[in-house]
Design a protein around this ligand. Structure first.
Ligand SMILES: [Zn+2]
Ligand SMILES: [Zn+2]
Length: 140
């Protein structure tokens, strides 16, 4: 019988992930920025044979398990990253840059919301859209 101790260090490795799901998760662990699926796909392809459809399926499964999250960029493309902590952004509609907002402006809301709804909250995002300073200048 297999002992549990072999899994001790891997809190991030949730049970029953497929090899491909684990590969996608491992790759996201190594990223500092959120990446679109296409980019994750080309990074994975450098290491192993994997299809784009498989990458999309793995991303979807990981997302439903609360291990990763996706965020829409200004161009409508989804950017994937680990669920490490909640993130908050100011996103520029012109250049597409996102500027993190710290600290969390709505943590208290989540803390109060969780016990009052029949719903397991994994994380939240908060994003404001507009123009960054250089883009405001360039438009004037
Ligand atoms: Zn901008
Ligand atoms: Zn927050």
């Amino acid at each position: 019988m297999k002992s549990d101790s072999s899994f001790k260090e891997s809190a991030a490795h949730s049970p029953r992930l497929t090899r491909h799901q684990q590969a996608v998760l491992d790759l996201l662990h190594q990223q500092t920025d959120a990446l679109p699926a296409q980019e994750l796909y080309s990074l994975l392809r450098q290491r192993q044979a994997i299809g784009l459809a498989t990458v999309y399926r793995a991303l979807e499964t990981l997302k439903l398990r609360g291990l990763i999250k996706s965020r829409m960029g200004a161009n409508g493309e989804a950017f994937y990253s680990l669920v490490v902590s909640d993130q908050h952004y100011l996103t520029c509609l012109q250049c597409g840059q996102s500027f993190p907002l710290d600290p969390c402006p709505v943590q208290e809301l989540e803390t109060h919301l969780q016990p009052s709804v029949p719903f397991k909250i994994y994380y939240h995002t908060l994003e404001f859209f507009g123009l960054c300073e250089p883009c405001v200048q360039s438009i004037d």
